[in-house]
Design a protein around this ligand. Structure first.
Ligand SMILES: [Fe+2]
Ligand SMILES: [Fe+2]
Length: 259
């Protein structure tokens, strides 16, 4: 896990990138945008030759997940693994022809991808928050990579320390989940499925991992009862606008302004 590869200049949200290697076969998970590319390529090289990567796994198609696709398609022979519903959109991130025969479009039901002598499970996580979204479960480390679910707003250094006590951590997650997650129904369906997995650690794309059976159980309970997204929207959110937009460049972390 790489937590602090991007400069903390307040322009871009902190993001984690991941390398998984099994018996000499490597995959990167959610490598990020162009801000992270150079640093990630270098940092990765300490553990694995980036040119030898077999897969780039993208939980969904957001800029902080896969905007660097052109660079990865150029510097490696890796195939991109992404939801089928984004398959024909991601070529917009690259120069013409770069993704030809190199995109593995995953159906909504997900699946198990062979990696070395083991496999990575592509677990359905649609609408959390993206319409076509997968979490990645590693049965060896028993880590569930949860993309934008379970994220917390903090800097890269803080993101290195796993959370063992959920309660004081909730304020760092709440605003984001209420606005970015689509609905409580989806959270409940996801929890129902996740509880059947043997998970040692939940690892999100932003902020700190959540570890230990107590904190993980508390996280499931928390999201299961959370109202979010369309649960909170009604006709008041769809009024023709009257306020003038402040055209001065915004300062600070925009995700912290979402509440
Ligand atoms: Fe996202
Ligand atoms: Fe994200």
């Amino acid at each position: 896990m790489f937590t602090d590869l991007m400069e903390e200049d307040g322009q871009a949200v902190q993001a984690n990138q991941f390398l998984v290697v099994d018996h000499g076969v490597g995959a990167v998970i959610d490598p990020g945008g162009n801000l992270a590319y150079n640093e990630l390529y270098l940092a990765l090289s300490r553990w694995f030759a980036p040119r030898e990567l077999s897969y780039v796994l993208a939980s969904h198609a957001d800029p902080d997940i896969i905007a660097s696709l052109d660079r990865w398609m150029s510097s490696t022979n890796a195939k991109l693994v992404i939801s089928r519903i984004w398959e024909r959109f991601v070529p917009h991130f690259t120069k013409a022809g770069k993704t030809e025969d190199r995109v593995i479009g995953v159906p909504d039901t997900g699946g198990r991808l062979a990696l070395g002598r083991s496999e990575l499970w592509l677990v359905p996580a649609h609408f959390l928050h993206s319409e076509g979204n997968f979490h990645f479960y590693d049965p060896v480390s028993r880590i569930l990579f949860t993309g934008d679910l379970g994220v917390s707003m903090m800097n890269g250094e803080q993101a290195r320390t796993p959370v063992k006590d959920l309660k004081p951590h909730i304020p760092k997650m709440e605003g984001f989940h209420r606005r970015y997650m689509v609905s409580n129904k989806i959270l409940r369906l996801w929890v129902q499925m996740a509880r059947r997995l043997d998970v040692r650690m939940l690892v999100p794309q932003h902020g700190a991992p959540i570890t230990g059976s107590k904190a993980i159980a508390d996280f499931y309970d928390w999201v299961e009862s959370l109202s979010c997204g369309i649960d909170l929207f009604d006709d008041r959110n769809y009024q023709l606008p009257t306020a003038t937009i402040d055209a001065r460049p915004a300062r600070g972390n925009p995700l912290l302004r979402v509440a």
